[in-house]
Design a protein. Structure first.
Length: 170
């Protein structure tokens, strides 16, 4: 009987320790499946469209930008939120000559906290790669700006897919 109680106690302890403590919530997502997925963005420079010729992660389509020096190619303000969040950014990028996705605080000051997904060397950036960065703290009532620089100061194509912004309230 004692052995059975001990075994149940051990299993209960192990089970309680294995529970997920991931409290992340999805604050923003864009899979770039249709042209309507661009409606929320401010469009700046470059030829910007949704293409079904290529995509990451077996999705149906992705964002395609044929860009040059003018940056950002696209931008979007996100928030403000009703809670403090520890923010993480992730997304898929493939590019001819380099690209970056930025997320920075928009509180009127020069951003000291920002996240950046940036392709590495030119050759490795030419394959779909999943990038992540974070965290930084976004305080209640403050917005963040998501912007995409798809040119790396040269005429080039960049493909972007499945952008996600997660937050953990604190």
């Amino acid at each position: 009987m004692i052995r059975l109680l001990f075994t149940l106690l051990v299993f209960t302890f192990l089970f309680s320790c294995s529970k997920s403590t991931d409290n992340r919530v999805l604050l923003y997502a864009n899979d770039f499946e249709t042209a309507a997925d661009l409606n929320e963005f401010t469009i700046n420079t470059g030829e910007i469209n949704i293409t079904d010729e290529d995509s990451a992660n077996d999705s149906e389509a992705c964002l395609n930008i044929f860009g040059w020096c003018g940056t950002p190619n696209l931008s979007l303000d996100i928030g403000p939120f009703e809670e403090n969040y520890r923010i993480e950014l992730e997304g898929w990028i493939k590019t001819d000559y380099g690209a970056a996705i930025h997320l920075s605080i928009q509180d009127g000051a020069i951003p000291s906290n920002y996240l950046r997904l940036e392709t590495g060397d030119i050759l490795s950036g030419r394959e779909w790669t999943h990038y992540t960065d974070g965290p930084f703290d976004l305080m209640q009532g403050v917005s963040a700006r998501l912007y995409i620089d798809a040119s790396n100061r040269t005429l080039s194509h960049t493909w972007i897919d499945d952008i996600r912004i997660y937050g953990t309230a604190f």
